[in-house]
Design a binder for this molecule. Structure first.
Ligand code: NAD
Length: 505
């Protein structure tokens, strides 16, 4: 690990697109030593037993660039074993009364809460987010497990008259493959796991290669809470997702990740006509109307854009501000960016951690270099002189649509602020993205903002807030942000097969 060069100098070489692509190969080469299998404190969970991987890989702390732990890496044979265990566990688990499955969800929530401090600390160390945010993610996940116990999946009576009785039943599907990205390893697993289990399915969970440890530790903690095979956890080096999505014994893939990978999932699942839910990338726009007070609103906009270092699918990634308040809003945002405390998330007072991995760090730095040419950087714009994948929160003004920073998903701490004069034009530009995950409209007058919100094309539109999710509110994207939904009753039903029983009278 090397110290960075002095401030003002470029600490790392610039990376072009080609290099970013190459970095993906390097990432795998760096983290994985084929054939090596050091004993790891972390184990896979397969058929109720903790196992070493057939190989091992290192997990790096992004705040220090040091190896945090050796982690098991499952082989294809171990993936097959996990799917077989889930398949074998399905008949008994799905036949249990729903009350017993609810009791298991509550027991998992209890385990998460009892071990919350330890899990949060580990999450910060592998993911990078400040410890307070990690605590929010862990305890939030426990709340999601509890939330789903409020559902009963009752039989709906569609017709009940002298000629027929028609009922709609919600049956479990079978084995679910749950594929998770690295930005919120635990809460995004909790979008899937409790709903899948409550409905009577069994699950194979696959976390992202750079953030597997908290998930594995949780697997160890809940090992005896569930019958063997009901939940299995395997880890990979970005090389088992294809096998899981193509596996003939997996009935559904619940995928959260990038749009690029989502397309591969869809193609791979086609051969077995699997059900898929795709929660993919986003390029959320915020539209700030002319009546907003910049000083009051800027902190909320900043939080919407920079939470988790901008590594949020529904982070505000483009901000359209009316010309009458543009300069003032840019200045307020720049002040907030300058005041942010970046550092190791375990340190007190840190508000923004590192980018999660080297590949993302290189991608964001590459975007930053383009943004410097396409707009004016008024805060941040550099990587500080310290180890770790840090980039100072960056505000870019005088930039417009048609540039990389505005059109692409940056998934990092750089916010483009775009001037507009006509509200309909701002809406048109916001909707012009191929993505359609979230969006927001900001005004002193909520009714006026609501009118504008009605014209937005994204799966969720917020008024005077951004990125507000709750377990009882369904969430899903439009366009290339994916399809299907998670959370709420709608999300739960996606883990079921609708069966109609129609009886003549
Ligand atoms: P990614 O697509 O690279 O990886 C996501 C997961 O897919 C990882 O577990 C990875 O190992 C796995 N994977 C890789 N190749 C695969 C394949 N061929 N088949 C199946 N699975 C495969 O995404 P990432 O970089 O980890 O996460 C960032 C992206 O996720 C961003 O685009 C972000 O917007 C998106 N995201 C979306 C949501 C949402 O709910 N819509 C939430 C969080 C993140």
């Amino acid at each position: 690990m090397s110290r960075r060069s002095a401030p003002g100098k470029t600490p790392r070489p610039d990376v072009s697109h080609k290099h970013v692509f190459d970095a993906r190969q390097l990432l795998v080469a760096y983290f994985v030593t084929p054939g090596r299998n050091e004993m790891s404190a972390y184990k896979l969970l397969i058929n109720g037993k903790l196992e070493d991987g057939d190989a091992a890989m290192d997990v790096v702390n992004p705040a220090t660039e040091e190896v945090l732990a050796s982690c098991p890496r499952a082989s294809k044979a171990q993936l097959d074993k996990a799917v077989a265990a889930a398949k074998a566990a399905f008949p008994a688990w799905s036949a249990k009364p729903i009350g017993e499955r609810k009791a298991a969800l509550l027991a998992i929530a209890d385990v998460i809460e009892k071990n919350g401090q330890e899990l949060a600390r580990l999450l910060t160390q592998e993911q990078g987010k400040p410890i307070g945010d990690a605590m929010g993610e862990i305890f939030g996940a426990a709340a999601f497990f509890k939330y789903f116990t409020m559902h009963d999946l009752p039989v709906k009576i569609l017709v009940d008259n002298e000629t027929a009785r028609v009922e709609a039943h919600r049956r479990p599907l079978g084995v679910i493959g749950a594929i998770i990205p690295w930005n919120f390893p635990i809460i995004l697993m909790a979008f899937k796991l409790p709903a899948a289990l409550l409905a009577g399915n069994t699950v194979v969970v696959k976390p992202a290669p750079t953030t597997p440890l908290t998930t594995l530790r949780l697997g160890e903690l809940i090992k005896d809470v569930l019958p063997p095979g009901v939940v299995n956890i395997i880890t990979d080096a970005n090389d088992l997702g294809g096998a899981l999505t193509a596996h003939p014994d997996v009935r559904k893939i619940s995928f959260t990740g990038s749009t690029e990978t989502g397309k591969k999932v869809m193609a791979s699942a086609a051969a077995t006509l699997k059900r898929i839910t795709l929660e993919l990338g986003g390029n959320d726009a915020g539209i700030v109307l002319d009546d907003v007070n910049p000083k009051e609103t800027a902190p909320k906009l900043f939080a919407g854009a920079f939470q988790n270092n901008g590594q949020v699918c529904i982070a505000m990634k483009r901000l359209y501000v009316h010309e009458s308040i543009y300069d003032e809003m840019c200045n307020e945002l720049a002040t907030l960016a300058n005041n942010a405390v970046i550092g190791d998330g375990l340190q007190q007072g840190v508000t923004i951690g590192p980018l999660q991995n080297k590949m993302q760090y290189d991608k964001v730095r590459d975007l930053l270099e383009s943004a410097k040419k396409d707009g004016n950087v008024i805060a941040g714009g550099e990587a500080p002189d310290q180890p770790g994948y840090f980039i100072r929160p960056t505000i870019v003004r005088d930039i417009s649509d048609g540039t990389r920073l505005v059109d692409e998903e940056q998934f990092g701490p750089i916010l483009p602020v775009i001037k507009y004069s006509d509200t309909d034009d701002a809406v048109r530009r916001a909707n012009a993205s191929p993505y359609g995950l979230g969006g927001s409209v900001w005004s002193k007058n909520a009714e006026r903002a609501y009118e504008v919100a009605n014209k937005m094309a994204s799966g969720t539109v917020w008024v005077n807030k951004h990125a507000d999710l709750a377990p009882n509110i369904p969430f899903g994207g439009s366009g290339q942000s994916g399809f299907g939904s998670e959370l709420g009753e709608e999300g739960l039903e996606e883990f079921t097969q609708l069966q109609v029983i129609s009886v003549a009278r």
